[in-house]
Design a protein around this ligand. Structure first.
Ligand code: NAD
Length: 258
């Protein structure tokens, strides 16, 4: 099951370790023959990302750059380097989110102002900040894929402020799709089922969410990194050329249940 993206270059943002959804997307993109550029949040992630990139055939030559999405200068510098080193890119995977762990349990109404702003800054606004800068490198058109979760559409226990940030992210996907369509750039989100990652560990009672999917989702199993990665490849490819502003659920069908 391979779709060719040979000759195309994609920026993958948000690899923290091998469990990261961004890493699943990177692997699927690599299998499709795409060239990859990685960005990481801060120094402590650099080695891990470089080592992982090196496990892909030819990956030791991948461009691996710092990009803290809370910092406009960092974003500009990162994409200026990409422009200088690579020139044109064909897409970008935005797999970035953060909220304070203590605000991912209990009542949503206890969210602090700082916690609310932090979650929205990193998990939602960053897509807009990055899209604006990346646009200039997508000279042949492009595809931007962001990651969301059902908690942005309905109340999911403990997801709290992250759910509100995902609702904002999903609205951003639509507005960005509207802005960027005239430049031949598509913007979509993948709404993934729960996957055990570093970020997921922060969500209260995550194991019971996984169990619920296994018992009730139409496909009766949990979502894998590979399923999300392959869907991202579809959204990056011309097979999805008529799709933009969409929120595609890759969640074993769980979202159809009431
Ligand atoms: P992860 O922890 O592996 O990835 C989150 C990434 O966000 C990390 O690489 C982290 O470094 C990065 N990040 C945090 N703050 C940043 C900053 N200031 N600048 C740059 N990067 C920053 O976890 P993941 O589950 O792979 O998360 C990837 C995306 O998928 C997130 O948007 C998450 O909300 C979404 N998602 C996850 C699940 C799940 O169950 N794991 C389900 C649906 C959607």
């Amino acid at each position: 099951m391979t779709l060719s993206l040979k000759g195309k270059t994609y920026v993958v943002m948000g690899v923290a370790n091998k469990r990261s959804i961004a890493w699943g997307i990177a692997r699927s993109l690599h299998q499709s023959g795409a060239r990859l550029i990685f960005t990481y949040a801060g120094e402590r992630f650099e080695k891990g990302v470089r080592d992982l990139a090196g496990t892909l055939e030819g990956g030791e030559d991948s461009l691996v750059l710092p990009c803290d999405v809370t910092n406009d200068e960092d974003i500009e510098k990162c994409f200026a380097t990409i422009k200088e080193e690579v020139g044109t890119i064909h897409g970008l995977a935005h797999c970035i989110a953060f909220a304070n762990k203590e605000e991912l349990a209990g009542d949503y109404m206890n969210t602090t102002r700082d916690g609310f702003l932090l979650a929205h800054n990193i998990s939602s606004y960053s897509l807009t900040a990055v899209a604006k800068v990346a646009k200039d490198l997508m000279t042949e058109g492009g595809s931007i894929v962001s990651m969301t979760y059902l908690g942005g559409e309905r109340v999911m226990q403990n997801y709290n402020v992250m759910g509100v940030a995902k609702a904002s992210l999903e609205a951003s996907v639509k507005y960005l799709a509207s802005d960027l369509g005239k430049h031949g750039i598509r913007v979509n989100a993948i709404s993934a089922g729960p996957i055990r990652t570093l970020s997921a560990k922060g969500v209260g009672d995550f194991n019971s969410i996984l169990k619920e999917i296994e018992e009730r989702a139409p496909l009766r199993r949990n979502t894998t990194q590979e399923e999300v990665g392959d869907t991202a490849v579809f959204l990056f490819s011309d097979y999805s050329r008529g799709i933009t502003g969409e929120n595609l659920h890759v969640d074993s069908g769980y979202h159809v249940l009431g």
